[in-house]
Design a binder for this molecule. Structure first.
Ligand SMILES: [Zn+2]
Length: 242
């Protein structure tokens, strides 16, 4: 079992979270960042738990501030080569940051990922078609559309392009998310928690990956064990984690 997307820097007691993740049977966690500060904290956590926590650096659309863009992009450019992926990045058309600025930043980030030959962890909300289009146009080979809840035609397109989606504990209650998980082939699905996101009022941690796998197994009509084995294999191959 691998948690393919968690915000470890936002977890209060990281020692306890890592210990319970290992007890729950996790073999690794992909830790994502959102801006310079969270990227820095994520890199420090990865240093504390080598071989278990694999860091990605990113610039989340929620975190974009006009006067901080260059500083953030410079940091990512410098750190990306030693990270497992670029993320979390993308477009969020429900957030206050101007769409045009989001697209300019996302475009520059995609080019960095391409240059560094790194996979991209993508956030998209009310922007699925545009996010997919920009990723494909940038010539990105490996991308995961995290917690995908978008339209069926966008999903078909991104699967045709060889991209992945990831699923979270929200499978338990989100009809759009369940539909995406049902539609995508098992070989293109990564499992994650997006911890410490709250699901139905409960703060999550990476050990909750078991809830994601239980829901996914139910949707796919397979055992939880098979869901764990297949998603771990997918995650390893997607991130080049051997
Ligand atoms: Zn996230």
């Amino acid at each position: 079992m691998i948690d393919g997307h968690a915000h470890l820097n936002e977890i209060e007691d990281i020692e306890a979270a890592i210990t319970s993740a290992k007890l729950a049977g996790l073999n690794a966690i992909i830790a994502v960042g959102m801006d310079v500060e969270s990227n820095q904290a994520t890199l420090e956590i990865a240093d504390r738990f080598p071989e278990f926590v694999h860091p990605a650096v990113g610039y989340h659309p929620w975190s974009i501030a006009a006067d901080q863009i260059e500083r953030n992009l410079l940091f990512i450019e410098e750190k990306l080569p030693s990270c497992i992926a670029l993320g979390e990045v993308g477009l969020d058309y429900k957030t206050k940051v101007k769409k045009k600025i989001q697209r300019e930043v996302f475009e520059r980030l995609l080019l960095m990922a391409k240059r560094a030959a790194k996979p991209v962890i993508i956030h998209s909300r009310f922007s699925h078609a545009r996010t997919y289009e920009m990723t494909a146009q940038a010539g990105i080979q490996r991308a995961v559309f995290h917690w995908f809840t978008g339209e069926k035609d966008v999903l078909s397109g991104l699967l045709d392009s060889g991209y992945f989606i990831s699923v979270t504990p929200a499978l338990a209650y989100s009809p759009f998310h369940r539909e995406a998980a049902a539609f995508a082939p098992m070989e293109r699905i990564l499992a994650e928690t997006d911890a410490p996101v709250e699901y139905e009022g409960r703060v999550s941690s990476p050990a909750d990956l078991i809830f994601t796998l239980r829901e996914l197994a139910g949707i796919k009509g397979i055992s939880i064990e098979d869901a764990a084995i297949i998603t771990e294999r997918n995650t390893r191959s997607f991130y080049g984690l051997l």
